[in-house]
Design a binder for this molecule. Structure first.
Ligand SMILES: Cc1ncc(CN)c(N)n1
Length: 227
């Protein structure tokens, strides 16, 4: 059996993913112990994160080598803006947060560092580099969603159940699988130096995913002495 490039990626981030599954934000989404204030904070930061993330798909669409792939990336941008972000708008409504307030969320340091890194790669690097930097976002959420769906009561939880249902859904899984396949296609024929660069992007953004959970759990912004 031939190993895929994404098997190598999986192996390189396995310790970080293991830690992510143990993080109290993630475990709290599953067993319902996550403090609501941390979740509200997360929703707002994630909303502005997704505005930038959707731009990654738009940039991927312009860099794609064929029409089918270009159209698929354009579809992912649309799905992010009007599908995934609708979840956030609905949660915000439940919390009494207006759409304007949601959109005007000031970015935390971690959120800004994460999206700035991805957008820099997207503007300066190849399509393969772009995909390697955005892949942890979709892939890790699907992994977390599948994990949490197995926790008793998680899918039905009155607050966090909707989140678990979205990220464990087949529909979301299909997006992750498509991106994984594209990553393998793009990695095909690349030399070791190029593959190592893709792995590095993947590792950095995987670590930033972990930091995003941690930042949200602690409702961290910028160091207080410079605020
Ligand atoms: C930070 C983050 N990473 C990933 C996802 C899943 N698209 C998300 N909504 N937010």
């Amino acid at each position: 059996m031939t190993t895929k490039f994404t098997d190598r990626l999986w192996k390189s981030v396995a310790p970080v993913w293991a830690k992510t599954h143990q993080h109290p934000f993630v475990t709290g989404l599953g067993d319902g112990t996550l403090p609501v204030e941390s979740f509200k904070y997360y929703m707002k930061q994630d909303y502005v994160y997704l505005i930038d993330y959707a731009k990654m798909f738009a940039l991927a669409s312009t860099k794609a080598y064929d029409l089918t792939t270009s159209a698929k990336f354009a579809g992912l941008q649309e799905a992010t803006l009007n599908g995934e972000m609708e979840l956030h708008r609905q949660y915000a409504e439940r919390f009494g947060i207006s759409r304007e307030e949601l959109e005007a969320t000031k970015p935390s340091f971690v959120m800004l560092a994460y999206t700035s890194y991805m957008l820099r790669v997207a503007h300066q690097g190849s399509l393969a580099e772009l995909v390697s930097s955005l892949l942890p976002c979709t892939w890790s959420y699907w992994e977390i969603g599948k994990h949490l769906a197995k926790v008793e009561g998680a899918l039905e939880h009155e607050l966090y159940g909707e989140w678990v249902r979205m990220y464990s859904s087949d529909e979301f899984g299909q997006l992750a699988i498509w991106l994984i396949d594209v990553m393998n296609e793009l990695a095909d024929g690349k030399n070791e130096q190029e593959l190592a660069r893709l792995e590095e992007h993947f590792l950095y953004t995987t670590k930033m995913e972990y930091m995003f959970w941690d930042m949200a759990y602690r409702k961290e912004m910028w160091p207080c002495e410079i605020n």
